[in-house]
Design a protein around this ligand. Structure first.
Ligand code: GMT
Length: 375
C-alpha cells in the first residue's frame, strides 16, 4: 500500500506511535510518506520505502497567525495526488483530521481513504475548548476509518460525540527488542550507588502529569530507603519541579536529565516507573517501562488499567494518593522477591500484548478493511 502519515513530529506519545508505525510499515514493504512540519524526532536515518514531505508554514505579513491547517491540507493533497496514495493516516484529530477532510474534498474521486487515530488529548481538549466540539465531531465522522489507542478512549469518544460503533481500538505498541532489559548497556552506577534503588518518571512535564506527586512520592520513599529519582523530559512544569525538589531538599538525589532520545538506555536502569497523571488515554511511557522490565506505580484512571495490571505489573491508585503510592513503592522495593516477580510480569505483559509485531498487522488489516469499504 501507499500510505501517507501526518502527526505532530515532536516528542510525545502520538508522534512516537505515528513514527514507529511508519518505520515498521516501510520495513514491511509499504511505501510510507510522512507529511509534517519537521522530520519526526525518531525518524533519523534513511530507510527504504520512506519519504518525508515538509509542511512549510506561511509567514505572509497579512497573516497574524500562520494558517497551519491550510498548509497541511495543501501538502496532503499535493502528496496524495503525486504519489497516488491509498491511505492517509492522520494522528491527532485537531487539526489533522480536518486537514485530511479538506485534502479529500480537493481531490474528489481520486482521494485516498482517510484513517484518523485519536490519541486522547485531542478528545479531552474539547472539554475545555467547547468551540472545537462541532468541528472535531465533523472531522471524525468524515474519516473513512477511526481508531483509538485504548478501549477507554473508544468509549469516551463514542459517548462525548454520540458516535455509532464504527471506531476500532488498536492499542499502542512497543518494540520489545529495543526496550529489552537484557539488551541495552545499563550503567546503573552512573546514577546510583551500590544498593540504591532508582525511581524514574518521563513525560512532557505538563500539569496533567502531576510532577509534584512524583516528587512527593519519591520524598516519602527516600525517607525509608536509599534511592535516586531520574526525571526525563521537559515542559511547562519543569520550573515548579526544580523548586519543589529544592524545598524538600532532594537535590542530591534527584537527577533532571531533560529531553532524551535513547530512552531505552535509561528506562532499564529503573526499579520503578512513576506515572501519577490526572488521566492517560493509554500511557505509552508506562508501556515502554513495562517492556524494559520496570513495574509502574500510577493512577487507576483512563486507559492506564488496560496497560498496567494492578497488583501484577504495578500498582494503580486513586488520583493524588501520594501516601498510598509511596507505600506500594516501598512494598516492592523492600521485598526483592516480589520486585523480581513484578519485573518479570511487566516484561511478559508488554511482550504478550503490546509487541509491535502483534499490533502493526492490526493496522494493516484495518487499512485493508477501509480500502474495501464503499465511499
Ligand atoms: O499527553 C501526552 O503525553 C502527549 C499525548 C500525545 O498526543 O502525544 O499523549 C497522548 O497520546 C499517547 C499516545 O497514544 C498516549 O500514550 C497518552 O496517554 C496520551 N495522553 C493523554 O491522554 C494525557
Amino acid at each position: 500500500m501507499k500510505i501517507g502519515i501526518t502527526c505532530y513530529p515532536v516528542a510525545g506519545g502520538s508522534g512516537v506511535i505515528a513514527t514507529e508505525l511508519g518505520l515498521e510499515l516501510a520495513k514491511r514493504g509499504h511505501q510510507v510518506h510522512f507529511i509534517a512540519y519537521s522530520l519526526p524526532f525518531r525518524l533519523q536515518k534513511f530507510q527504504e520505502n520512506l519519504f518525508f514531505h515538509e509542511v512549510e508554514v506561511s509567514h505572509y505579513p497579512l497573516f497574524k497567525y500562520p494558517p497551519y491547517t491550510l498548509n497541511v491540507a495543501a501538502k496532503m493533497a499535493e502528496v496524495a495526488q503525486k504519489w497516488d496514495l491509498d491511505i492517509l493516516h492522520v494522528h491527532y484529530a485537531i487539526p489533522h483530521a480536518t486537514c485530511a477532510f479538506l485534502a479529500k474534498s480537493i481531490l474528489g474521486k481520486n482521494s485516498p481513504k482517510i484513517v484518523t487515530t485519536l490519541h486522547g488529548t485531542d478528545i479531552t481538549l474539547v472539554g475545555s475548548e467547547k468551540s472545537f466540539y462541532q468541528i472535531t465531531k465533523f472531522s471524525i465522522e468524515a474519516s473513512d476509518g477511526v481508531t483509538t489507542v485504548s478501549q477507554y478512549l473508544r468509549e469516551v469518544t463514542k459517548k462525548e460525540f454520540g458516535l455509532a460503533n464504527n471506531i476500532q481500538c488498536i492499542y499502542n505498541f512497543v518494540d520489545t527488542n529495543r526496550f529489552d532489559p537484557k539488551k541495552p548497556v545499563c550503567e546503573k552506577e552512573k546514577f546510583a550507588a551500590k544498593g540504591e534503588k532508582i525511581l524514574l518518571h518521563m513525560s512532557n512535564f505538563r500539569p496533567l502529569k502531576r510532577i509534584d506527586d512524583v516528587i512527593k512520592v519519591f520524598a516519602l520513599v527516600r525517607k525509608e530507603i536509599p534511592c535516586k529519582l531520574l526525571l526525563i523530559g521537559d515542559g511547562p512544569k519543569l520550573s515548579d519541579a526544580l523548586l519543589l525538589v529544592n524545598q524538600l531538599k532532594l537535590e542530591s538525589d534527584t537527577i533532571f536529565l531533560g529531553q532524551q532520545e535513547w530512552v531505552e538506555n535509561l528506562l532499564c536502569l529503573a526499579d520503578l516507573f512513576l506515572l501519577p497523571s490526572d488521566t492517560e488515554s493509554f500511557g505509552l511511557s508506562a508501556l515502554e517501562a513495562l517492556s524494559s522490565g520496570v513495574p509502574v506505580i500510577g493512577t487507576n484512571l483512563g486507559g492506564l488499567p488496560e496497560v498496567v495490571e494492578d497488583g501484577k505489573s504495578g500498582y494503580l491508585l486513586s488520583l493524588g494518593d501520594v501516601d498510598g503510592m509511596a507505600k506500594k513503592a516501598l512494598e516492592l522495593l523492600e521485598n526483592p522477591d516480589k520486585l523480581k516477580q513484578f519485573k518479570q510480569n511487566a516484561r511478559e505483559r508488554a511482550v504478550r500484548l503490546f509487541d509491535s509485531q502483534l499490533v502493526i498487522p492490526k493496522y494493516e488489516q484495518f487499512y485493508q478493511k477501509v480500502l474495501n469499504s464503499p465511499d
